[in-house]
Ligand binder design. Structure first.
Ligand code: NAD
Ligand code: UDP
Ligand code: UDP
Length: 313
């Protein structure tokens, strides 16, 4: 049955894939975005759907409309971008989240929060399970995002307990794929763009820090499964692809897959950069029947093809 669905941050990387998948299933989708890091080109091809609507709006201001479900994805995700205006990042995560929860409460919509592995900070427990409470600096340059997202989770659970709002919380681990912004500063987009241009590949620190990367198609499937999961299951649930890779190995893999002549250079490690990160997805497997399917190299090839096209324009 066709549902009315609001996607905040719908012109961003993950949001645009979510709009696309939900429109293809026949839903009525309203994309809400202020274009801080999102782009009209990410959603231009969706205008062909008569049930697609776009609203330029900043979620730190109230929003009044009617819908059955809300996916709250508005918030810059790249450390470079969320540190451009850290006060706005916290406002988006706190004021913005209060507005979207207030909306969900009034219209009795189910609401899903795009939370993050960053709630675990620089983790002392590895791999991270949902019951690990995290190791986060409250006053560092990443805090606007990490603590903002932690507060957003608090608000979700308080709106559930206090007002019985129907919530779902996804803790998303590093995800990559086409429509990442080529210059937003995240590692996969940086390395691919550098490799394709023959520029130096900028590895921060000694490159021994690890991340675990999930391809966007797998992530979108998980997010929709979570939204449709049994009532009473709120999460938080880790979504990501287990399997760590060091940033140095990632640089070498991307150089090989692009047949690039680029060389690795080492730059200072940003403050509070987590040493390692890998999801334990036991809960996602049992509750959602989901596990990621796309091998990392296949995802990288798709992403490289996308950036090749973007850079040629
Ligand atoms: P993105 O930067 O591409 O998308 C974020 C979107 O939100 C952009 O379109 C931006 O313009 C919009 N936005 C920002 N502030 C807004 C505001 N105040 N009002 C309205 N729109 C606003 O990032 P993404 O990778 O697509 O991430 C989407 C969500 O998923 C974010 O909430 C992010 O924290 C979360 N997440 C992403 C990852 C990942 O690896 N991509 C990992 C963990 C969590
Ligand atoms: N809100 C909104 N759309 C709605 C309902 C509420 O944007 O349809 C905003 C409103 O600005 C409010 C916030 O959500 O400040 C929180 O709403 P809630 O009902 O929880 O609190 P209150 O209105 O009592 O402050
Ligand atoms: N990184 C890097 N070179 C870059 C960009 C990032 O070595 O050009 C590193 C960064 O220091 C971090 C990892 O890659 O250790 C992942 O960074 P990203 O910004 O993609 O995401 P996050 O730190 O939020 O996981």
């Amino acid at each position: 049955m066709s549902k009315r669905i609001v996607i905040t941050g719908g012109a961003g990387f993950l949001g645009s894939h979510l709009c696309e998948r939900l429109l293809a299933c026949g839903h009525d989708v309203v994309c809400v975005d202020n274009y801080f890091t999102g782009r009209k080109r990410n959603i231009a091809h969706l205008q062909q759907y008569p049930l697609f609507e776009v609203l330029r709006h900043d979620i730190t201001f109230p929003l009044y409309l009617e819908s059955d479900q809300i996916y709250n994805f508005a918030c810059p995700a790249s450390p470079v971008q969320y540190q451009v205006d850290p006060v706005q990042t916290t406002k988006t995560n706190v004021h913005g989240t209060i507005n979207m929860l207030g909306l969900a409460k009034r219209i009795k919509a189910r609401i899903l929060q795009a939370s993050t592995s960053e709630v675990y900070g620089d983790p002392a427990v590895h791999p991270q399970r949902e019951d690990y409470l995290g190791h986060v600096n409250p006053i560092g340059p990443r805090s606007c995002y990490d603590e903002g997202k932690r507060c957003a989770e608090t608000l979700f659970f308080d709106y559930q307990r206090q007002y019985n709002v129907d919530i779902k919380v996804a803790r998303i681990f590093n995800t990559f794929g086409p429509r990442m912004h080529p210059f937003d500063g995240r590692v996969i987009s940086n390395f691919i763009v550098q490799a394709l241009r023959g520029d130096n590949i900028t590895v921060y620190g000694d490159g021994s820090q690890t991340r675990s990367f999930c391809y966007v198609d797998d992530m979108i499937s998980a997010i929709i499964l979570l939204m449709e999961s049994r009532s009473g299951f709120f999460g938080p649930v880790n979504l990501g692809k287990p399997g760590e890779i060091s940033m140095l190995d990632l640089a070498e893999k991307i150089i090989r897959l692009t047949a690039s002549t680029s060389h690795v250079v080492f730059l200072p490690l940003p403050q509070d950069d987590p040493r390692q990160r890998e999801p334990d997805i036991t809960l996602a497997k049992s509750e959602l029947g989901w596990s990621p399917l796309v091998p990392m190299e296949d995802g990288l090839k798709e992403t490289i093809a996308y950036f090749r096209k973007v850079l040629a324009e």
